[in-house]
Design a protein around this ligand. Sequence first.
Ligand SMILES: [Zn+2]
Length: 239
Amino acid sequence: MSGAPVIDVRESPPEASARGALRWRDRLGPAELLFVGRGAPRRGEPLAPELLPAGVETAWLEQVHSARLLETGEAGAAGAGDGLLVGRPGLAAVVAVADCVPVLLAAAGRVAAVHAGWRGLAAGIVARAAERLAPDWAWIGPAIGPCCYEVGEEVAAAVVAASAPEVRRAGAAGRPHLDLAGAAARQLAAARGVGIREIRILRHCTRCREEWLESHRRDRERAGRNLAAIWLPPDAAHP
Ligand SMILES: [Zn+2]
């Protein structure tokens, strides 16, 4: 595979699950994915069974804003890190986010979920995950947008150094604003030896979209978490 990946930007609204949690569902190559906004289960808990197809279990991380990748084949807490690789059909990799960027990756036979805030992006976690998994497809979910993500000069410089100058915007107050999802897309497109065919972006700002999404910068300690999950269908091993 060669050439630049297709960038597919979407702004579709959520649908409500039976218990009122707002969700987006999609397919990514051989994988299925789910993003849950308002009404998601609390951080650290598995996804509510009614949000997942029958037979799908979940694995998740103790997220620490690192560039550490873990791999698991078992349901439950996988340990401390910010990227989780899974190669077992029927086991979903899940990350929790509330302004940070959720990145979901799919290759033939393996998937990964990444939690990328500015620290993780500056440390290159999205590029590392892509180089380890060699995905054909990538999905970038809702994060705080350049409209709302004002940062200091040092943070802006660190993320620009790990992505591209275009992710920095001039804010109204003279302080820099950052496009975190754009930085994640740059790292995916530039990952060494990786031929991603398509990068799909669900572009909604978590802070602006109060009716749909949790945002830490908006709600601080009261903020819940949005959840992003990706899995290979349970029957993928027996087509
Ligand atoms: Zn915004």
